[in-house]
Structure formats: C-alpha cells, structure tokens
Design a protein around this ligand. Structure first.
Ligand code: GCU
Length: 138
C-alpha cells in the first residue's frame, strides 16, 4: 500500500501518557506528552526501499502556542523544531508532513519536544505518500 499508519499509543513513550479524553483520534487514543523539554515518542517503522518518504504526524494542540519538536531518523535529527501550532481545540486534529530519507527495512522515528510545554497530543504517524503520485494508473 502507499502509506502505513503507526499509532502513537503503540509506540515507545518517554515522559508521556496514553489518553483518550479528547475525541477524534484514531486507534485507541493518543499520547499526551509531559509538559517538559525532552519528552518523546519513538516509532519503529518499515520502509520497503531506501529513499525519500513522507512522514505525516497527526496531532492536536489546544493552546495558541507552537509546540515544536525535533524529528530524528535512526538517531540523527533531520528536522529541528518542526512546528506543531495550535489547532484551535484539543479535539481538532491536524497533519504536519515532512519528507525524510529512510533506510530499507526497519527505521526509528523519534519526535522530541524542544520546549518546556512538551509536545502536542500526538495521534499517529503515517509513513508514505499521502497524495496520489502522478502517473498512477486508475
Ligand atoms: C490539557 C489537555 C491535555 C494536554 C494538556 C497540555 O490538560 O487536556 O490533553 O495534553 O493540556 O497542555 O499538554
């Protein structure tokens, strides 16, 4: 398939808790990052081939303050301070997408809060394209 979902509640969590008190999440809940610098969620994902792949983080931030996170692939930060801006409510979920290079096979993706507010509420990570590639047969 073109994209695979990885639920945050199934990932490795450091300084965060799984909750389900704000509607609109996929799976069984979301991760509420502790409000500290350094809290993180780490996913182990599979790539069928090496190369550029979209990572889409689905999140909610019911505050009006950005909650940036560093995104690391296989232990190397590939995007510093990716913005997770306010979404208007904790029940309003948005996507933040970046393109990264993955290795073939297993990869770790870690999203680490860089401010004392911690991260947003994180629902899931989608790995793979979220748009139809041009030339795809219909
Ligand atoms: C509220 C909200 C949580 C959120 C937290 C925060 O407590 O209910 O879901 O994680 O704020 O500011 O991080």
């Amino acid at each position: 398939s073109l994209a695979t979902d990885y639920e945050a509640e199934g990932a490795s969590i450091s300084q965060g808790v799984v909750e389900s008190n704000h509607d609109g999440y996929s799976g069984s809940g979301f991760v509420n990052y502790d409000n500290v610098t350094g809290s993180y969620v780490q996913f182990t994902v599979n790539a069928s081939a090496a190369g550029a792949t979209n990572l889409t983080f689905r999140f909610a931030n019911g505050t009006t303050t950005n909650r940036p996170m560093d995104i690391a692939v296989n232990g190397t930060v590939v995007r510093s301070g990716l913005a997770f801006n306010g979404t208007g409510a904790w029940t309003t979920w948005s996507d933040a997408t970046i393109s990264v290079n993955l290795a073939a096979g297993s990869n770790t993706i870690r999203a680490t809060a860089t401010t004392a507010n911690g991260g947003p509420n994180l629902d899931k990570l989608t790995v793979g394209t979220t748009t139809q590639p041009s030339g795809t047969p219909v």
